[in-house]
Design a protein around this ligand. Sequence first.
Ligand code: DGT
Ligand code: CA
Ligand code: CA
Length: 368
Amino acid sequence: MLEKNQTRIVIAIDMDYFYAQCEELRNPEAKGKPVIVGMFSGRTEISGAVATANYEARKYGVKSGIPLARAKKLLEGVDHLFVHPDFPYYESVSSRIMGIIRSYSKRFAQESIDEAFIDITDTVDSDYKRAGELAKEIKERIRKETGIKCSIGVGPNKLIAKMACDSSKPDGLMIITPEHVEEFLKQKDVDSLYGIGPRTAERLKAMGIHTVGELAALSLEKLRREFGNRLGLYFYQASRGIDETQIEEKEREQLGRMLTLKQDTRDINDIKEALSMMAKDITQELKSNNLSYKSTTVTIIDTELKHHSRSRTLRAKENDAETAANIALELVKGLLDDKPEIFARRLGLSVSYLSKEEGQQQLTSFFA
Ligand code: DGT
Ligand code: CA
Ligand code: CA
C-alpha cells in the first residue's frame, strides 16, 4: 500500500482569478487594470460581495468575499473595471478547459468550475520528470487553446498536488516529489492545509499550533482526544502528507450550453440556428466522453430575465446532434405558443440522464 503511494503522481490544476480572467479575455481594455467581479445582493446599489478580483485589484487589498462597498473604497480614484458575473460564459470557458485536462487521463475529477485533478501515474509511468513535462504541456495547451492562465501542482496525492498548486500561484508550476513532502509541509501555515476551514485553523492556533510541522509533532492519541476520531486522524495523516483519496470522475448529470441571442426574438429561424449550434457543441462533448443522453431540456430567458423550461425524455439513448436540435426546436415552439407575451433574450439547451457507452470506452482505452 505504502509503496504504491510513493509512486503515484497526481496533478492539481486551478485557474488563476478565474471569473475576472474570463472577463479580461473578452474585454481586452481591462488588461492591466484592477478587475472585480461582484455579486449584488439586491438591497442597495452597492450591497453585495466580491466574487473574485484579478491580481491588479488584489494589490489594493480587494479579494473574494469582501463587501463591494469596501472594494469600491479601496479602489477610489483608481481606474478599474467592475462587472456582474456571467455564469453561462464562465461555464463555457470552463468546459473547454476541462475537455483539455480530461484528455490526459481516465482518472479525472473536476472539483469546481475552475479546478480539476488528474492521476497521471500510468500516463507517465511514475516518472516525476515526465510528470513535470506533461504538466507544462497541459498549461501551455490551456493557454493556447482558451487564452486562460492556470497554476499547476504535481505531487504524490491530491493533498500535496493542491497545496503545491496554491503555493505556485499565479501562473505557476510546482513539483513536489515524495522525498520533498516533509520539507514542503513543515513551514506551511495550518491555514493552508487543504480541507481545513478558518474556524478549525483558529482552534489550532489557540492551542499554539501554527505550522503544519508543529501539527505533525502531535501524537494520534492527542489529536483524537482534541478533535475526535475522524478529524484527529485526518490531521495526523495530512500533516505527514498522507492522502489516499482516489481521483475518480463523478457521474455527470447533465451537459449544456446557453447563449445570448443576437436580438430579443420569437423568430423560429433565429432560434433554430442557435439551437443547432448548441446541439453540435454538446454532441461533440458527448462523443469525446463516450456519453449518450435520454432527456433534452430547453430554457428561454425572456426580456424580463424570467426562466421558462421544457423537457422531453426519450425511450432510447441518443447521442446525435440532429435529434437533440429537432426535439429542442419542438419544445421551444410549444413554449412560445403557450406564452405569446414572451421574447427570448437567452436560450439554453441541455441533455441529461447521461450514460457511458461502455463498449466504445473499452476500445478507445485499449488503444490509448
Ligand atoms: P485564485 O485561484 O486564487 O487565482 O483566484 P480564483 O478567483 O480563481 O479563486 P478560486 O479558485 O477560489 O475560485 C474560483 C472562482 O469561484 C472565482 O473566480 C469566483 C468564485 N468564487 C471564489 N470565491 C468566492 C466567494 O467567496 N464568493 C463568490 N460569490 N464566488 C467566489
Ligand atoms: Ca482559481
Ligand atoms: Ca478553485
